[in-house]
Design a protein around this ligand. Sequence first.
Ligand code: TXA
Ligand code: MG
Length: 344
Amino acid sequence: MSRDNTTFQQTVLEAATVLRNGGNVAFPTETVYGLGADARNIEAVNRIFAIKGRPADHPLIVHLADESQLPEWAREIPSKAWQLARAFWPGPLTLILNRRPEVPDAVTGGLETVALRVPSHPLAQALLSAFGGGVAAPSANRYGRVSPTTADDVRSELGSELELILDGGPCQVGIESTIVDMTSASPRILRPGAITEEDLFSILGDNLTPVTPSPVHCPGNKPSHYAPRSRVIIATHDNAISKVTAWHIRGNRVGLLSPSRPPDLPSGVSWLDFTKSNTTQAMVLYQRFRQADQLGLQILVVVMPPEQGLGIALRDRLLRAAGLGSITAQMSDHTVESLETIPD
Ligand code: TXA
Ligand code: MG
């Protein structure tokens, strides 16, 4: 075994021990960094809420090493859930299933259902295998803030309160997992993510209800969430410059997040590179939000990606960041436009 490999194993064993002793560990997943606790240890789970400042009735996702552990947490698992688990785990998909009665209320927020996911990041996989049980973990950020996609993001936000932060590099997906409710006759997407509606459709056929805001009160469903301190203004390719200009000439510190730098960008306005493919846009989105805050931008105008594939999840996060999260990500640019406030 190489030295690096030995260090990796030691770190993983140390983290598993912290979890076993009722401590909290921040760890990377392919989506965002999670703030973990032994899901069967109520005190450790409660500490997650205290660290995040998150209301106690908001349920957490339980992370597992592999799908064989599903029956330890869920009951009446429908065959469609097994099909999705086999197709997309390990990966950025969370399934909502009926919980086993012994799953702590602290994890489910008192709901009769439980959220389960098998992440694919090698460090998450190693940690979950070494620990052996379920790890309850929300994203490792303070309540309502932007999810962390690097270990440094976690360190700067929660570092002083955490026993251990595992560093697995920047998250490759960059936005939170797709959540699918499997407890109704036709599975429902509660939160869009990198496993797209088309991906789910390819396994389930037409038994799928598209993205619907969850009836459950949960942080991902607050109208304003995943937001930087800068105010996010939604734009299209065609009207981005006029929006930027409108805010800029009124003396605001403005930035533009768009796939390319417009030649007519007013001087004094910062350009933030949103890249050109949906995959890299998801990877950089939260980094750009953080960058906007570091630059002290008051206004961040964002060019919306098209409504297809991963673009649906990106639009969902952008609309929430703009405080327009109660409408669905499929809403047309025109409708979003009519809801947007224009400076006066
Ligand atoms: O990618 C992810 O899912 C990341 C990584 C760390 O795995 N986790 C994450 O957790 O985004 P969190 O807590 O920030 O968001 C989990 C979402 C919340 O909106 C929560 O309300 C919802 O999952 N959720 C959890 N249990 C639920 C349930 N039983 N029914 C409906 N929604 C549920
Ligand atoms: Mg979160």
